[in-house]
Design a protein. Structure first.
Length: 278
């Protein structure tokens, strides 16, 4: 089976930075999963003894605690800093940007709209920086806007860093048509743009697409959705063990892309297994 890799794929700047931090701080623990890739988290645990905390109450005196790439809510960070522990902030700089925008625009009297998944840790963190929590609104679809009542006559909007730019444009267009003043901040990460565009182009020329990444990874799920637009035989897997030989029957060219939290070693294992498929 012939394999073609997308021109852009895999680890983004923020994830590379966080992994390097975790490797530099052996015997530490992360507050929440560092990234959305269980295999890489297992590697950090096995090779560098990097543990995982789910709650602030887990933290003990003199612990070294690494803040996850997605960030944590403002008050959680404040309470963590009040404890007798060493705090290493691995929040992606592209995530801290919308946090600071929401903080600033909220103080300046803007209603806040976030395009993203309300259950995603990044969005929870960004939301927490608003001065007035009852005037922060989170949407996934343009249709969600129909039920929102903004408290102010001016709106500022940001996007989860891993969302699709086309959907964000739809939401922004709706806001501009319905409101007099709208401040739009494009907080979708450049690496997300590049990976999505590369996946879109590759999915147009192959018989089958394999998207590698965590099942709970927002950017990986977006990649899979984009690939399905052009290639109905597109599959999302976490590692080579999830490959199914039946997918490749009568297929000649397989495209491969990967989410921002997927390390090269997992990608190569998948490619090796696909190429061995006769």
């Amino acid at each position: 089976m012939k394999v073609k890799l997308a021109s852009n794929y895999g680890f983004c700047f923020g994830v590379k930075r966080a992994i390097k931090i975790a490797e530099d701080y052996k015997n530490s623990s992360t507050m929440g999963p560092l990234i959305h890739n269980q295999d890489e988290i297992n590697r950090l645990k096995n090779d560098f003894n990097v543990g995982l905390y789910s709650n602030l109450s887990d933290v003990k005196d003199n612990d070294t605690v690494i803040i996850r790439t997605h960030g944590i809510p403002k008050n959680d960070l404040k309470n963590l800093r009040a404890q007798n522990a060493k705090i290493i902030n691995a929040t992606c700089p592209f995530v801290t940007t919308p946090q600071q925008i929401v903080k600033k625009m909220s103080v300046e009297g803007y209603s806040i709209l976030i395009f993203g998944d309300s259950d995603h840790p990044e969005v929870k963190g960004v939301q927490s920086y608003a001065e007035f929590q009852d005037d922060v609104h989170i949407v996934l679809e343009p249709s969600d806007l129909e039920n929102i009542i903004f408290k102010k006559n001016k709106i500022a909007t940001v996007a989860q860093t891993t969302k699709k730019k086309e959907k964000y444009l739809e939401i922004v267009n709706y806001l501009i048509l319905k409101n007099k003043e709208v401040r739009v901040f494009n907080t979708i990460c450049d690496a997300t743009f590049e990976n999505q565009d590369a996946a879109r182009e590759l999915s147009k020329e192959v018989d089958i697409m394999i998207v590698i990444g965590g099942k709970n990874s927002s950017n990986t799920k977006q990649l899979h959705s984009i690939c399905l637009e052009n290639c109905k035989d597109s599959y999302l897997i976490e590692n080579e063990n999830e490959l199914n030989n039946s997918w490749f029957i009568n297929k000649k060219l397989c495209g491969v892309t990967a989410g921002a939290s997927t390390p090269d070693w997992i990608i190569q294992q998948v490619i090796d297994k696909i190429e061995s498929n006769e």
